[in-house]
Ligand binder design. Structure first.
Ligand code: ARG
Ligand code: ZN
Length: 884
């Protein structure tokens, strides 16, 4: 909160720090009213800085300064000055010891950044700039220091006291407090600092590294959650092994701790040897957690663990480089999850997310490159662009280099930069050096915002046996970027014949040894327009394009319906099979919406339902894939396809098509539902997850038929299933279809699970996502439910964000009440938790996509927020960039 309007900072203004901190000693006296932090920093001038006389400027926010001394001499008030965000000492020696004491109030810290309390325990979240809320410091990632941390706290209330590294001392003091000392031998930036104090229990295990070192693994939770740690522990051990085998990365300390906390702004945090997790990303057991929940735990545990190398051992020079660690680490965790389960399913899930949310970000007012040029508040840049598009950029390098050279490149990157704070450019340089590949044009992926579009057409010359692909690319303008040059796009293709994929002979390009006789090829699309000619083709092929989603682009190809059906039923690339289903679904949606506009009835095409019937009959198909292929394009994805976005027309057309599909496929869906019932006890393995997914997708369709017999099955599944996946799927379909058992089911579900906050979040979510009229009123009344707490981000996400993001028809109510509701929540959260407020705000920022009447109402709410006094930097940045 500030008087002047916040201003942006720029990558081009980066300069090295004027001082370095060799050692950081901290002493925390944790109290019930306040906490005192004593720091002792060993500072010296940075020889690399060209300012040899600069004073010392430290970051600090919301701190009470108690005392300040240099080399044992207390400074008088005239020797330093503080502002809202800094502490300046004009004259300092070249090398000195700075002692500083500050008082902070973790109990009052609702921003969940810095040191705060969650369910009675102390914990920290320092990334990106939270450490400055603990003590004055050079809170920037290129200042790395060796930390020694002393914690003093009441022994009864806080029996567990943790920080990074190894515990080197512990004693019980006469005053009833415990004193512990932790020392982390690895120099690290302050954003990786962590402290935890609480009444926690641990599940313990060990992992023996490839070099035979035994690592102690502990997951700390509240007593009541001890039975929900097994899956996270298994995931951790799998991730540790995988990183050794796939990347040659061994763990580097003797302890690895995970702590679960209820109140957390994001998913989890990779603090050195002391990962702190949102409970939603670590706790799992079959009775309380869905399959998706189990998979999320596996993915996030791995993600944070992988950061130990891609993030901690090699970190970011500045926050513009955030994707250096996040994009790479998301790519690593995606490959891990693919290896643990079904690679195609994982890929389709990730592409779905990217196309519905990242493409939307790229098309909106907050569009930014994977390496942004400027920001007002870095917390706003923990985005799908930095994470997911960043991961796609790393994946493209992997595709261009191939797995062996990519591994050589990553080995070189870790070897060159171990212990350093580096840039995205350093990563690309290592990949180039190891592979000999020229990535100069490829670098534009880091610099340009916006989603490139590929317009592709194909023509077959029967006489010559030639097939020509013409590829045009262009990238739309985004804020501050126009007339973009072409990108280097790896474009993976195959050509399907009647009897399978055809051998590819690309003219003018001597066959690449790897793909010479092969049926799949990565084309290098580098120009605004290019042609690729394939010869020796005995028949007109169906092109299978952008296989595996080889680049994060929008592909346009004028497919005929029979070609899409050929891809759906015969392509060898799982992603392309699924995507052909999506594209056919879009054709159906387009036709249905046009009919509705003309006041006519549309009838689902028989070739579409026929193709899906054929898939349902194919026992060789992965059931999870099949389940995904049955689902029509999501409303969120359709909102990226149609312009302007008429959410009501989309919703109604889609619901009609779903019902018609259920009618057309009634028999096979019923059979599938029965065939997928599980006999074995629950396990979160790929095979069972696939069965449940197909079973519950079938049930959701069948329920649309409004048949009592089927509703009975859903009610039985709700009452009898022993796992949360099946139970929640049944509850969801009862709610979405306004079943007569809905109210009772919701009530009994609440009663059964009221002591499990994570389950109650799902209960909120199901209700907030219902397309029934009156859901906004329901959501408002649920905000008064005793289980709701606006200070807990998981609850805000479950109820408010679900309503605004996953319930388009209700959020976009024609009277604008959905928009006003969101604005009210943003205003309420702006003071208490700016990060959450700013995230919540995003749906309003996309106002330009919608019809005129909606635009005006959305804009009016943005202006109302902008007029609020004391806007946080977080909210100010998003509103001010969106409103203009
Ligand atoms: N580095 C963390 C992760 O990707 C994200 C933490 C960011 N937290 C925040 N409040 N901005 O796992
Ligand atoms: Zn991360």
């Amino acid at each position: 909160m500030r008087d002047a309007q916040p201003s942006a900072i720029f990558l081009k203004d980066y300069s090295v720090p004027a001082f370095l901190i060799d050692a950081t000693e901290l002493r925390f006296e944790l109290g019930e009213e306040a906490t005192t932090v004593h720091s002792c920093l060993t500072l010296r001038r940075n020889p690399a800085s060209d300012n040899a006389t600069a004073g010392l400027t430290l970051h600090g926010a919301e701190l009470e300064l108690l005392s300040l001394a240099i080399d044992g001499n207390t400074l008088s008030e005239s020797q330093w000055s503080v502002s809202e965000e800094t502490l300046c000492i004009a004259e300092v020696p070249d090398q000195f010891e700075l002692r500083c004491s500050t008082r902070i109030y973790p109990q009052k810290n609702t921003s969940l950044e810095g040191l705060y309390k969650s369910s009675g325990m102390f914990c920290t979240q320092c990334e990106a700039e939270g450490f400055r809320k603990i003590t004055y410091y050079l809170d920037r990632p290129d200042v790395m220091s060796v930390f020694t941390v002393e914690i003093l706290a009441d022994a009864n209330t806080y029996p567990v006291l943790l920080s990074n590294g190894n515990r080197t001392d512990v004693e019980t003091l006469e005053d009833g407090r415990t004193r512990v000392v932790w020392h982390d031998p690895f120099p690290k930036p302050a954003y990786l600092f962590a402290l935890v104090a609480g009444d926690l229990q641990a599940v313990e295990d060990t992992f023996t590294t490839c070099n035979g070192r035994v690592v102690e693994l502990k997951i700390y939770v509240e007593q009541k959650d001890l039975d929900k740690c097994e899956h996270a522990m298994l995931s951790l051990k799998n991730a540790m092994r995988w990183d050794e085998q796939v990347y040659g990365r061994e763990y580097d300390l003797d302890i690895f701790n995970i702590v679960a906390v209820d109140d957390f702004n994001m998913g989890a945090m990779e603090n050195k040897s002391l990962n702190i997790f949102n409970t939603s990303c670590v706790l799992a057991k079959p009775e309380t957690t869905t399959d998706a929940g189990f998979q999320r735990v596996e993915g996030v545990v791995a993600h944070e663990y992988f950061h130990n190398w891609s993030g901690n051992r090699v970190t970011c020079r500045d926050w513009f480089q955030l994707s250096l660690k996040e994009g790479f680490t998301v790519f690593r965790d995606a490959e891990f999850s693919a290896d643990m389960g079904s690679p195609t399913v994982k890929r389709v899930e990730d592409v779905s997310l990217l196309r519905s949310t990242q493409f939307a970000e790229d098309a909106g007012p907050m569009a930014h490159p994977v390496r942004p040029d400027s920001f007002i508040e870095i917390s706003n840049f923990y985005t799908v662009t930095i994470y997911e598009k960043g991961a796609e950029v790393v994946r493209m390098i992997h595709t261009l280099l191939g797995p062996e050279l990519f591994r050589k490149g990553s080995d070189l990157y870790f070897e060159r930069h171990d212990g350093q704070a580096v840039t995205c450019e350093d990563f690309v340089l290592a990949m180039e050096a190891a592979s000999g590949m020229d990535l100069s044009q490829f670098r534009r992926w880091y610099e340009l915002a916006g989603t490139p579009e590929l317009d592709v057409s194909g023509s077959y010359d029967a006489e010559q046996g030639r097939y020509t692909l013409t590829v045009k690319q262009h990238c739309p303008d985004t804020p501050g970027q126009t007339n973009k040059p072409p990108l280097h796009i790896p474009f993976s293709v195959a050509l399907l014949g009647e009897a399978g994929a055809l051998r590819l002979n690309l003219q003018g390009q001597e066959a690449d040894s790897e793909t010479a006789d092969n049926t799949e090829m990565v084309l290098h699309v580098t120009e605004a327009q290019q042609q690729f000619v394939f010869s020796e083709l005995p028949e007109e092929p169906v092109p299978s394009l952008l296989r595996g989603f080889s680049a994060p682009v929008k592909l346009h190809f004028p497919y005929r319906r029979d070609q899409l059906i050929a891809l759906i039923t015969r392509d060898t690339d799982g992603f392309c099979r699924w995507d052909a289903c999506q594209q056919l679904g879009i054709l159906e949606m387009t036709a249905a919406m046009e009919s509705a506009k003309a006041g006519a009835d549309y009838q689902l095409s028989a070739d579409f339902s026929g193709a899906l019937a054929q898939l349902l009959a194919d026992d060789s198909l992965d059931k999870a894939m099949l389940a995904m292929m049955l689902v029509l394009p999501s409303e969120a994805y359709l909102a990226e396809v149609f312009k302007p976005v008429d959410v009501h027309a989309i919703h109604h057309a889609r619901e009609r098509l779903r019902r018609q599909l259920a009618e057309a496929l009634r028999e096979p869906l019923l059979q599938t539902y029965e065939r997928c019932q599980d006999a074995q006890p629950y396990q979160a393995n790929a095979e069972q997850i696939a069965r449940r997914s197909l079973k519950n997708t079938s049930l959701a369709y069948l329920m649309l038929l409004g048949e009592e017999g089927i509703a009975q099955k859903a009610r039985e599944q709700f009452a009898e299933s022993q796992n949360m996946t099946d139970r929640l799927a049944a509850l969801t379909t009862l709610v979405n279809n306004e079943d007569s058992a809905k109210a009772e089911a919701l009530m009994s579900f609440y009663q059964d699970w009221q002591h499990e906050p994570l389950v109650i979040n799902q209960w909120f979510q199901v209700q907030a996502a219902s397309s029934a009229p009156g859901t906004l009123e329901k959501v408002k009344s649920l905000m008064n439910h005793p289980a709701f707490d606006i200070r807990n981000p998981n609850k805000v996400r479950a109820l408010i964000a679900t309503f605004c993001v996953q319930n388009a028809v209700n959020f976009h109510r024609e009277d604008g009440a959905g928009y006003a509701f969101l604005a009210d929540q943003v205003i309420a959260l702006n003071r208490s938790n700016p990060q959450i407020a700013s995230r919540l705000l995003q749906p309003l920022s996309k106002w330009r996509k919608y019809p005129e009447a909606a635009q005006q109402k959305m804009q009016a709410e943005l202006k109302r927020i902008l007029a609020e006094p004391d806007l946080s930097r977080d909210v100010y940045e998003v509103v001010s960039k969106s409103v203009s």
